[in-house]
Design a binder for this molecule. Structure first.
Ligand code: NDP
Length: 259
C-alpha cells in the first residue's frame, strides 16, 4: 500500500513561519494529496495572517481561518465553517504550545499560578477542545495528531512547566483515543527531538539541547520538520490504521539512550 491521502481533508494548526513543525507537516500532507485547512493566530495588525497566508499559498488551502485557542468563539467559528464547506474532517493536526518565557528558564518551583494556567490552557486543554469540536465531523478512520516532547517524562533543564503541559497532553492522547476509538478515530502524539523554531527558542539553552542530541542520539543528529511531517503523514494514512493512543518518537533515537 502506498501513502496516499488524496481526497482527505486536513486541518493544520500552529504554522507561524517556515521553521514551524506544522509547516513541515502541512507540506508533507499536501504532497501526499490531502486538501488543507490552515489556522493562524491572529494579531491586531494582521502581520501573522499575511505571513502565514503568503507561506501557505502554494499549498492552495481550501480554508484559511484565524484561531486563537484562548477564544472559544473563534474556535467554534472554525468548525462551523469546516462543517459548511467540507462536511467532515479526516485529519486534525494540533501543533501549538505556549508558556511564559520566564517560566522556561531557571527553577521549576518559581512557576507562577498564572504561568501554569496559561501553559496548560493553551498547550494542553486546546487539544481536548479541538477534539470535542471536531467529534461530530470526524470521518470514519479519521486521524488526530499532536506534538509532544521528551520533557513530558524526564526532567529536562528549563523545560519546566511545559514538561507538565506535555505530560498532561500525552495523557489526553490516551483518554481521547479511548473515547474516539469506537468511532474508528485514531489519536496519537509525535514526540519530536529538539528543532529550532520560534516556540523552542523561548526554552532556555535550546541550542545546548540540540548539540547534546547531536552528540548522543544514536543517529548523531536531531531531526527536521520534514521528518516529523513524514511521520504525521504516515499516522494520518491507512498505513497506520492499527495505531492509536501512542506517543511515537521522531528524535533520532535519543530517548533510548542512558549514559
Ligand atoms: P512554532 O513557534 O513554530 O509554533 C507554535 C505555534 O503555536 C505558533 O504557530 C504559535 O502562534 C501557536 N500558538 C501559540 N499560542 C497560541 C494560541 N493561543 N492560539 C493558537 N495558536 C497559538 O513552534 P514549533 O513548531 O516548535 O511548535 C509546534 C509544536 O511542536 C508545539 O506543540 C511544540 O511544543 C512542539 N514541539 C516542538 C519541539 C521543538 O524542538 N521545536 C520539539 C517537540 C515538540 P504564533 O507564533 O503566531 O504566536
Amino acid at each position: 500500500m502506498l501513502l496516499d491521502l488524496s481526497g482527505k481533508k486536513a486541518l493544520v494548526t500552529g504554522i507561524a513561519n517556515n521553521r514551524s513543525i506544522a509547516w513541515g507537516i502541512a507540506q508533507q500532507l499536501h504532497l501526499a494529496g490531502a486538501e488543507l485547512g490552515i489556522t493562524y493566530l491572529p494579531d491586531e495588525k494582521g502581520r501573522f495572517e499575511a505571513k502565514v497566508r503568503e507561506l501557505t499559498a502554494p499549498l492552495n488551502p481550501g480554508l484559511f481561518l484565524p484561531m486563537d485557542v484562548q477564544n472559544p468563539d473563534q474556535m467554534q467559528a472554525v468548525f462551523q465553517r469546516l462543517e459548511s464547506q467540507w462536511g467532515q474532517l479526516d485529519i486534525l493536526v494540533h501543533c501549538l504550545a505556549f508558556a511564559n518565557k520566564a517560566d522556561l528558564v531557571g527553577d521549576f518551583s518559581d512557576t507562577t499560578a498564572q504561568g501554569f494556567r496559561s501553559a496548560l490552557e493553551i498547550s494542553t486543554y486546546s487539544f481536548t477542545s479541538l477534539c470535542r469540536l471536531a467529534k461530530p465531523l470526524f470521518s470514519p478512520e479519521a486521524s488526530v495528531i499532536t506534538l509532544t516532547y521528551l520533557g513530558a517524562e524526564r526532567a529536562v533543564p528549563n523545560y519546566n512547566v511545559m514538561g507538565l503541559a506535555k505530560a498532561a497532553l500525552e495523557a489526553s492522547v490516551r483518554y481521547l483515543a479511548a473515547e474516539l476509538g469506537p468511532q474508528q478515530v485514531r489519536v496519537n502524539a509525535i514526540s519530536a527531538g529538539p528543532i529550532r523554531t520560534l516556540a523552542s527558542s523561548a526554552v532556555g539553552g535550546i541550542l545546548d539541547m540540540i548539540h547534546h542530541v547531536e552528540a548522543k542520539a544514536p543517529l548523531r543528529r536531531t531531526v527536521t520538520q520534514q521528518e516529523v511531517g513524514n511521520t504525521a503523514a504516515f499516522l494520518a494514512s491507512p498505513l497506520a490504521s492499527g495505531i492509536s493512543g501512542q506517543v511515537l518518537y521522531v528524535d533520532g533515537g535519543y530517548c533510548i539512550t542512558g549514559l
